[in-house]
Design a protein around this ligand. Structure first.
Ligand SMILES: *Cc1c(COP(=O)(O)O)cnc(C)c1O
Length: 370
């Protein structure tokens, strides 16, 4: 037909191709666990994993280092789990020692939920060390790695993560409409023993276990999100071509450059996350100078260049937090320079003294030093 449309007139996505995409995602995570690609944004496997594993018999440690941790705690409580929240200020990271103390205080904890990096707050947590502590205690370990995958190592097997959820829309530079979860044998067993785990439901991971994984991955449960699956495949291919290490190095450099550049810019702009070691490579959050409003500065900076990945913090953070979302295709020196220059303009318009040239120099030196 002459009016063939590249998005609309697609051949069906075969089960074999679907399985091959899952295998490529598994290689990206260096995992031998089952990887299930879920047909929705990452909140689907995040909620599915919690509802499948938690019930009235569960005692959960819910670590809150940003807005997502709050949501996961709500789901856990909704499942009937007893929940111990461990909240740390959003300008820091949680430590393995804090997790160890919480586990010692409540030895009955059998489920730990952690967010690896938080794009919304700009912090990242030391999962490798936390994993050791959780493993020694014996609890099931669930990790939201949506904002870390592609920006920093995510290694579920090496770290003892039982449920590792990823999405492609941040550092992977891919689509938001499908996501993936790696599931350990222990986690499958916990779900199978849970009478409340969703079954015959869109939220159900057990459906995929029974009718896809255990059935040899020959028949899909329902029509897949074909366009999003093709976009995920293309995005993983592009990461493989560039090299995952190179992609992660771009993010590290962008984060280091933005942080150093913001400090050198002056005008009272500061990194929101106090310690550089706690700052996520995926995105850098900044504290708006006293007397300014972050959302106003962001609006002024976007007037300079609307394509820059700048945003104000969500909800109550909109007044004080500026987010530089230098992830995916935006993890480049050019985007970092553009953001610093535009923020310099915004601060200068507000009457503050800034040194844009110094900021660009500091960004360049910090980026090349990582
Ligand atoms: C971005 C993100 C998600 C996915 O949420 P969206 O806002 O829909 O992209 C989940 N968890 C974390 C930690 C994230 O940063």
């Amino acid at each position: 037909m002459s009016d063939h449309h590249p998005f609309l007139d697609l051949a069906p996505l075969s089960a074999a191709r679907f399985a091959a995409i899952e295998d490529r995602v598994a290689r990206l995570l260096d995992t031998r666990q089952d990887v299930v690609i879920t047909q929705g944004e990452a909140l689907l496997p995040l909620e599915g994993a919690i509802r499948a594993t938690a019930g009235p018999g569960t005692t959960a440690l819910n670590v809150i280092t940003g807005p997502y941790g709050q949501t996961f705690g709500d789901w856990l409580r909704d499942c009937g789990a007893r929940v111990h929240d461990l909240a740390v200020p959003f300008h820091t990271a949680v430590t393995a020692e804090q997790i160890g103390e919480a586990l010692a205080e409540h030895p009955e904890i059998d489920f730990v939920s952690l967010v690896h990096a938080e794009a919304a707050t700009g912090n990242t947590n030391p999962v490798a060390r936390i994993g050791e502590v959780v493993r020694a205690h014996g609890a099931l370990f669930s990790l939201d790695a949506v904002a870390s995958v592609g920006a920093e190592p995510v290694l579920p097997d090496a770290w003892g993560v039982d449920l590792c959820v990823i999405g492609a829309q941040k550092a992977m530079g891919g689509p938001a409409g499908v996501s993936a979860v790696s599931v350990s044998e222990r986690a499958w067993k916990r779900m199978e023993a849970n009478p409340n785990a969703p079954r015959r439901s869109y939220l159900s991971l057990l459906d995929w276990k029974a009718r896809w994984v255990d059935a040899g991955r020959t028949t899909l449960l329902h029509a897949p999100a074909q366009l999003e699956m093709l976009a995920l495949e293309a995005c993983v291919e592009r990461i493989e071509r560039e090299g995952l290490d190179t992609v992660m190095a771009r993010h590290r450099a962008a984060a280091a450059g933005t942080r150093a550049g913001a400090l050198a810019l002056g005008g009272g702009l500061e990194p929101y996350v106090h310690a550089a070691a706690d700052a996520a490579p995926v995105a850098t959050t900044l504290r708006a100078p006293a007397g300014t409003v972050a959302s106003d500065l962001v609006a002024r900076a976007l007037a300079v260049d609307p394509a820059l990945p700048l945003a104000a913090g969500g909800g109550p953070l909109a007044k004080e937090m500026i987010r530089v979302n230098h992830y995916g295709r935006d993890a480049t020196p050019g985007v970092v320079r553009g953001c610093l220059t535009a923020l310099g303009t915004a601060l200068a318009e507000t009457g503050l003294d800034v040194e844009v040239a110094a900021a660009l120099g500091a960004a360049e030196r910090a980026s090349t030093a990582v």
